[in-house]
Design a protein around this ligand. Sequence first.
Ligand code: 13P
Ligand code: SF4
Length: 354
Amino acid sequence: APSDPDLVERARAAKAKLGDKVFVLGHHYQRDEVIAFADVTGDSFKLARDAAARPDAEYIVFCGVHFMAESADILTSDAQQVVLPDLAAGCSMADMATAEQVAECWDVLTEAGVADVTVPVSYMNSSADIKAFTGKHGGTICTSSNAERALRWAFEQGEKVLFLPDQHLGRNTAVRDMGMSLDDCVVYNPHKPGGGLTAGQLRDARMILWRGHCSVHGRFSLESVREVRERIPGVNVLVHPECRHEVVAAADHVGSTEYIIKTLEAAPAGSKWAVGTELNLVRRLANRFAAEGKEIVFLDRTVCFCSTMNRIDLPHLVWALESLAEGKVVNRIEVDPEVAAFSKVALERMLALP
Ligand code: 13P
Ligand code: SF4
């Protein structure tokens, strides 16, 4: 639906009034009406880097989800304030690993005698508490665009990796990019005593995968890949690595949101693509590339927005910008200083990956 012209005008006016004081970041899954006001768009790695590269902006308005705004707060100076236009914009995957559960898991690994040789690698999609745990225990953060490099680094530091919280990104990277076998991976279930694993299983495993997943990407199935290949002969299947292993194994190309965009930019006219990621992005790409004769369809027939990404809409953005323009900071995301210090260690390890 077209945006309310009145709100568009108000967002423009508030942004103009704020000038260089505000910097608006937009994740690729954001609605079109929000992306229209982003100073920069990106995947989670690019946005973390770009937030850190704006020391002059007093306010960072993060159009994305909570863990992204937390990371921006950790990576920016104390004087800078990070605003999330709707505090209900969380991430169900990030919520699947709590600090208590992860501390308990570490006790389980310690009892099995493997904690000393295990390096935590945590996906960006995790709370600041989990990032702090990772920093404290010698690990690194990764995103979908550098997971392979993060794993290679981690296996230089230790013998095993505890991968949090997305089992799929962990498994896909280990098997697809690092040549490990599915048998090298075990899944730690935080809802079962001992994670549902024996000490022997923990000793034999190379990858200990946390039992978390993305509910949006979890909806793509092998059936969706088969169906689209049948329906559109010659179609290229391009998916995000948060998809299940069998989907990734059946796809032609796999990568982060930024990679997905770059791949489609480089695709020849007349090529056909089925894309397995969030719908706002796929729709935007389909519209953008239609003029160049590239046919882009959504990998599944069921509608699949990320409901929490969608929480950030134009009314919330206008409210945040107008409040800032009046000198009132709303919805500030501020990470506890001690948590931030350890998280920063882990985030900086990621930023320094070769
Ligand atoms: P990207 O880093 O690929 O943008 O992914 C972020 C995300 O939340 C995917 O669900
Ligand atoms: Fe979280 Fe999935 Fe939404 Fe990404 S798409 S923010 S992983 S729920």
